[in-house]
Design a protein around this ligand. Structure first.
Ligand code: UDX
Length: 429
């Protein structure tokens, strides 16, 4: 089929490349002309494992993927995926300006189309958004009626950064929220080669499923972090506890790694978005607010431990290992490391930081006050204390830390082995 993808960040581009691999003709619609050029040259504008090769293959060999900044070209396609960002506004609720503008542009383009078209909302939006905000815009600008010449589907993504293409090609489930059966059938057809359960729902339910997935994952992390803080008081190792409880299939082993908490572009934003949306509906989501509060406090334990061990932070040399919000990505959005660096600087510490790939992004966020180093060894060399913030493989050798005070925020090191070569302290173990 001919598919258009509006918005080519990591969700849009992974969707485009993944579906091109299944033989569809793909048109990427993107405002940013530098991205359009990059895609048309077969070069991925974002860092995602495997994406560059598959993009090159589709653009240059199979020639079934191209990019344009002209929304009008959507007319030549059968289905349009909306994959634009819905970042947080200052109050915590999601910002719909991009997706509303896109809905208008798509509507305008569809006004001149004669055949049936399906619009798929992949962007994360709170329940009710597609029905109350997006569909009215599509109908107004296209002059068409949903359920007749137009179908609308909510098809959330569950991609993890760093392995987004693998997640896309091997989904756990495919959620299709539909305005009507015809629209849902068309989108189920797009995924016919995928080996995953397909769950058909209404629009609001599909929107909610995405939020609840991320809220549940976030809650799991905050729960194990809080439990870790308690375990530490009792001299119990939270990782041994997590391993044991994880054998219960109702709990499971994944997402029980205690540490400095969750960051990234999704979990914090989506949790905040669900909290704001609940409050707007007159419900106070106490548990979700606590999940966020635990996550906010957790990285600050690194600062408290360093302060206590060093007897104050003024003029103390602190090495930060890892600024990305997790390994295998250069993304620093909502990274606990950045919050810790800011707190350290405020307390007068001298900060040296190193990350294998995320330093250019960290520099953009924190341009002054931090000395960025070329290696972990350089950052550590004359430090009074080392804070390990991201579990990159290259930070896993205990030898690196010989003779140092080390505070581990991600259980990068074995406490026993590290304890033999350095003054080792875990954030909650
Ligand atoms: C997440 C969801 O997993 C994905 O389904 C959704 O579509 C987007 O948001 P992502 O942000 O890429 O994906 O990161 P993820 O791998 O889920 O990790 C999120 C954060 O939680 C990271 O900061 C990670 O370090 C932290 N984390 C994860 C923990 O602290 N402990 C864990 O056990 C797991």
């Amino acid at each position: 089929m001919n598919l258009s993808i509006v918005g080519n960040g990591y969700v849009g581009l992974v969707t485009a490349v993944g579906l091109a691999g299944n033989g569809h003709e793909i048109l990427c619609i993107e405002q940013n002309t530098a991205k359009v050029d990059s895609i048309n040259q077969g070069k991925s504008p974002i860092h995602e494992d495997g994406l560059n090769n598959l993009l090159f293959n589709s653009v240059k060999r199979k020639r079934n993927l191209r990019a344009s900044s002209n929304h009008q070209e959507i007319v030549g396609t059968d289905i349009t995926f909306l994959c634009v960002g819905t970042s947080c506004s200052s109050g915590g609720s999601i910002d719909l300006s991009c997706i509303e503008t896109s809905a208008q542009e798509v509507g305008r383009a569809l006004a001149t189309k004669e055949n049936y078209h399906v619009v798929v909302v992949k962007s994360t939006v709170v329940p009710g958004t597609t029905a109350q905000r997006i569909i009215p815009l599509l109908e107004r600008f296209s002059g068409k009626k949903v359920g007749q010449e137009l179908g609308v589907v909510v098809n959330p993504e569950f991609l993890q950064e760093g392995k987004a293409l693998r997640c896309f090609l091997n989904p756990d489930r495919i959620v299709i929220g539909e305005s009507d059966k015809t629209a849902g059938d068309v989108i189920e057809g797009i995924y016919e080669d995928f080996d995953a359960p397909v769950l058909r729902t209404d629009l609001n339910t599909a929107e909610m499923i995405k939020y609840v997935s991320n809220a549940f994952l976030a809650a799991k992390i905050s729960l194990i972090n809080e439990v870790g803080n308690i375990c530490q008081k009792f001299g119990v190792d939270v990782y041994t506890v997590a391993h044991a409880i994880g054998h219960d299939p109702r709990i499971g082993h994944r997402f029980l790694n205690a540490g400095i908490g969750f960051g990234g572009s999704c979990l914090p934003k989506d949790l905040q978005g669900l909290i704001s949306a609940s409050r707007e509906m007159g419900y106070c989501p106490q548990l979700l607010e606590s999940v966020l509060a635990v996550n906010k406090a957790q990285p600050m334990r690194m600062v408290e431990i360093a302060e206590r061990k060093l007897g104050g932070l003024q003029d103390k040399k602190i090495a930060i290992l890892g600024v990305a919000f997790k390994p295998d990505t250069d993304d620093v959005r909502e990274s606990p490391a950045l919050k810790v660096i800011q707190a350290l600087l405020q307390k007068g510490a001298l900060v040296k930081a190193y990350d294998p790939v995320a330093m250019p992004n960290a520099r953009r966020e924190l341009s002054t006050g931090v000395e960025y180093c070329d290696s972990a060894r350089e950052a550590i060399s004359d430090s009074d204390c080392v804070l390990v913030m991201t579990e990159w493989d290259e930070f896993k050798s205990e030898e690196l830390y010989r003779g140092k005070l080390v505070i581990d925020g991600r259980r990068v090191l074995s406490p026993q082995k590290a304890g033999a070569v350095c003054d080792y302290q875990g954030v909650c173990w």
